[in-house]
Design a protein around this ligand. Structure first.
Ligand code: HEM
Length: 454
């Protein structure tokens, strides 16, 4: 504990009160039942009152849904004109946005477990339903499968919770809660009971009517079949402890997920429904969804940066044409610093972009680096995106010609609250800035999110 007494912040009496307070048993956080979720559910615009075709002449597939973290809002920004089409209230510190399979709906999950559904076909996109699924959440996904077992596009949504430790299945068009499933279970390795295994990233399979649900503290990947969401079947795969975030390889067959405090990437085969490989990486991989590209020496790879190590690591992902390299960490590209949160590329781009958002040096925290795909041994160029704040999370526009980067500023500091800086991807030159946004962080282009382009 800091020496607040010696420093004069606390008197002797304050110190005693603080010491007594700290010795209290912390109260157990409350649970949240399916009925409580249903009680919180608000259907603002029923399905039959929503547009039957896009009302807007804008290219809504090129909208960016931008988290305005400290404002508890998201901005919907037109990727062609850079206009803010609307700003809507969401949960506090929105964590991610995912789109329905058609792209028409945006599902926005707040860290506070509040889920909002936005209809992007409206002239001015608005929230059409809301619900509270938990008190602490990070993930949301939709059903995407269409095939012999049925058409599940835009049918269901799933939200993963940190507290209470559970996931819930919802009606995809109304957010009406349908089913809650606890993630409390036993660790995959020693079989210890864990009372609080958090539900981290969730991805929808393209091969089967299934979600891949990562249970952090038990190290299990749950393959949840949603054909009968009231009675879901779950296959539990043993993987690695502390599963966190990840994305598809370029074929969308293999899910690459960081087991962050284990310093591993787990590779899950969505077709066979099993663990394909575990790959060692440096300290604390943090890929976001990662980056897929063709390495000149090793063929198709998927890359991740790291929170604890100044390195981008590329894992070879092509067991068919490059079996000798498959699931090996084949390349390490050094960065000027660690603290990276995200990486991004586009199939049409010659670059891979990477941030260092949580670096303790404020200059590196606002610096971006690009790696050239044809010369990936070292970074091609690094530069400061702004004079303040932290540079975080890159996203391409629909055409794959621009990269948008957030400057995560300080909500209490007028003029430095944050902005988005837009680069021409071919030349790396700055094109424009969308200024005066309140703490923008993650941003999700509709087209690229629907099509898993990264
Ligand atoms: C306590 C710290 C944090 C935890 C536990 C956490 C957890 C997670 C998890 C589990 C995901 C995966 C969700 C999914 O794909 O289904 C995720 C994604 C994401 N997180 Fe965090 N996160 C943390 C800090 C942050 C911070 C500081 C930021 C930004 C300021 C951030 C921004 C994002 C974004 C933008 C994504 C989505 C990335 C993408 O898909 O491109 N997170 N986070």
């Amino acid at each position: 504990m800091p020496d607040w007494g010696k420093q004069g912040f606390l008197t002797q009496a304050d110190t005693e009160v603080m010491a007594k307070f700290l010795q209290n048993e912390p109260p157990a956080p409350p649970e949240l039942s399916l009925q409580q979720m249903k009680d919180s559910w608000q259907l603002i615009t029923p399905v039959e009152e929503r547009p039957v075709a896009p009302e807007t002449t804008r290219d809504w597939q090129n909208y960016f849904i931008v988290t305005l973290r400290d404002a508890g809002q998201v901005a919907i920004i037109d990727g062609d004109t850079y206009e803010v089409v609307n700003t809507v209230d969401s949960g506090y510190a929105v964590h991610i946005t995912r789109m329905s399979a058609s792209g028409r709906y945006a599902y926005v999950i707040g860290r506070d477990g509040r889920l909002a559904l936005i209809d992007l076909w409206m002239e001015k996109p608005e929230v059409v339903a809301r619900v509270q699924i938990c008190y602490d959440a990070r993930s949301v996904e939709v059903s995407k499968y269409e095939g012999p077992e049925g058409d599940f596009r835009d049918k269901y949504a799933i939200t993963g919770c940190y507290w209470p430790p559970h996931f819930a299945i919802l009606d995809g068009q109304t957010l009406e809660p349908m089913k809650v499933v606890s993630s409390r279970s036993y660790t995959y390795d020693t079989g210890e009971f864990h009372p609080e295994p958090r539900v981290a990233s969730i991805l929808a399979s393209h091969f089967k009517p299934e979600w891949i649900v990562n249970i952090k503290e038990t190290g299990q990947v749950w393959i949840v079949n949603y054909t009968d969401p009231q009675n879901p079947s779950i296959k539990m795969i043993e993987a690695a402890l502390f599963l966190h975030d990840g994305g598809w390889d370029s074929t969308k067959r293999y899910f690459m997920v960081a087991a962050n405090q284990s310093n591993k990437i787990a590779v899950v085969d969505a077709l066979e429904g099993d663990l394909e490989a575990l790959v060692d990486t440096p300290a604390v991989p943090h890929p976001g969804r990662g980056a897929n590209w063709i390495d000149p020496e090793f063929g198709p790879v998927w890359s991740s940066p790291h929170l604890g190590d100044p390195a981008v690591v590329s894992v070879a992902t092509d067991p068919v044409n490059h079996p000798e390299n498959a699931w090996k960490s084949v390349r390490v590209t050094p960065l000027p610093g660690s603290g990276s949160l995200f990486i991004k590329t586009h199939p049409n781009s010659k670059w891979i972009w990477v941030d260092m958002t949580l670096n303790s040096d404020p200059v590196l925290a606002r610096t971006i680096c690009v790696i050239a795909k044809d010369d990936p041994a070292e970074v091609h160029k690094c530069w400061e995106v702004s004079t303040y704040g932290r540079a975080v999370h890159m996203e391409y526009n629909k055409q794959g010609t621009e990269v948008w980067i957030s400057v995560w500023g300080d909500a209490a500091n007028p003029g430095e609250t944050g902005e988005i800086v837009i680069y021409n991807d071919a030349t790396l030159e700055e094109k424009t800035r969308i200024k005066d946004l309140i703490t923008p962080t993650g941003k999700f282009n509709v087209y690229n999110t629907v099509n898993d382009i990264y």
